[in-house]
Design a protein around this ligand. Structure first.
Ligand SMILES: CC(C)(COP(=O)(O)OP(=O)(O)OC[C@H]1O[C@@H](n2cnc3c(N)ncnc32)[C@H](O)[C@@H]1O)[C@@H](O)C(=O)NCCC(=O)NCCS
Ligand SMILES: Nc1ncnc2c1ncn2[C@@H]1O[C@H](COP(=O)(O)OP(=O)(O)OP(=O)(O)O)[C@@H](O)[C@H]1O
Length: 206
């Protein structure tokens, strides 16, 4: 059996990655959402609560991780962020493998990975899709979020590979600077093209 074509979806904070991921799902591409996996692992009865509480005392309760509190501890402290990643990332990788096994028949699947370039995730996918919008649109979207400040936004940006570099390294760029309808149309065209490409490759290998 041929393996699915694996797309990696990434983009900097507020570029519209989650919105575009949903559009790929609507276009028939199964999507593994790394962030959603993190939320499950850190949520009520999440498998990682004991390990996170041991490393960062006072950041969890029966309801799950207090993300604001944990964010305050790790986003300003690279060593602490690394300790958190060492707990979270292996568990996410296991869930991703399970997802892949569950969609072995799909021509194309997508991994939605916020930190794809930051963590060399491009080696685990066949093609990379980057979601991108002009910096002012990004800033406006992010600063609307509850609890977000210009300082926090600047700091998170400093932890991420710059948008221009992401675009340069992408196989495909989805522009989210225009209307949602325009983005949706671009996603539908790309999804169809890649499904066809995957089917053609599979036929060649038969
Ligand atoms: C610290 C946590 C609890 C804060 O949660 P919160 O809901 O406040 O923020 P959120 O997860 O939405 O992240 C906000 C922004 O920071 C970025 N970000 C998150 N983790 C990291 C990281 N390890 N390195 C760089 N940027 C990061 C996200 O891509 C996003 O753009 C959470 O981000 C976390 O557990 N991070 C570690 C796990 C991780 O690496 N997740 C992201 C990829 S799966
Ligand atoms: N053309 C567009 N394409 C996608 N999103 C758009 C577009 N125009 C406006 N938006 C809005 O921008 C916001 C993007 O939020 P979204 O949660 O998808 O970003 P994200 O990149 O996943 O964020 P983060 O990385 O911070 O989690 C949404 O509110 C969405 O409705």
């Amino acid at each position: 059996m041929t393996k699915p074509l694996i797309l990696g979806l990434t983009g900097s904070i507020g570029m519209g990655k989650s919105t575009v991921a949903r559009m790929f799902m609507d276009a028939g591409v199964p999507v593994f959402d790394a962030d959603a996996a993190v939320h499950v692992l850190q949520g009520r009865d999440g498998a990682l609560l004991p390990a996170i509480e041991a490393e960062f005392p006072g950041t969890t309760s029966a309801a799950g991780v207090d993300r604001v509190k944990l964010g305050e501890l790790v986003f300003g402290d690279p060593a602490a962020l690394e300790r958190l990643e060492a707990i979270v990332h292996p568990a996410v990788a296991t869930m991703r493998q399970e997802f892949l096994l569950g969609h072995a028949d799909a021509p194309v699947v997508m991994f939605d990975i916020p930190l794809l370039f930051e963590k060399n995730g491009q080696d685990r996918v066949d093609q990379v899709v980057v979601v991108s919008a002009p910096a002012d649109a990004q800033r406006e979207r992010v600063l609307k979020r509850p609890g977000m400040t210009p300082e926090k936004f600047a700091h998170i940006l400093s932890l991420q590979v710059p948008d221009a570099e992401k675009r340069a390294r992408a196989d495909h760029v989805i522009d989210t600077g225009g209307t949602l309808a325009r983005t949706e149309a671009a996603v539908a065209v790309l999804a169809d093209r890649l499904k066809q490409q995957a089917k053609d490759n599979a036929a060649r290998l038969k």
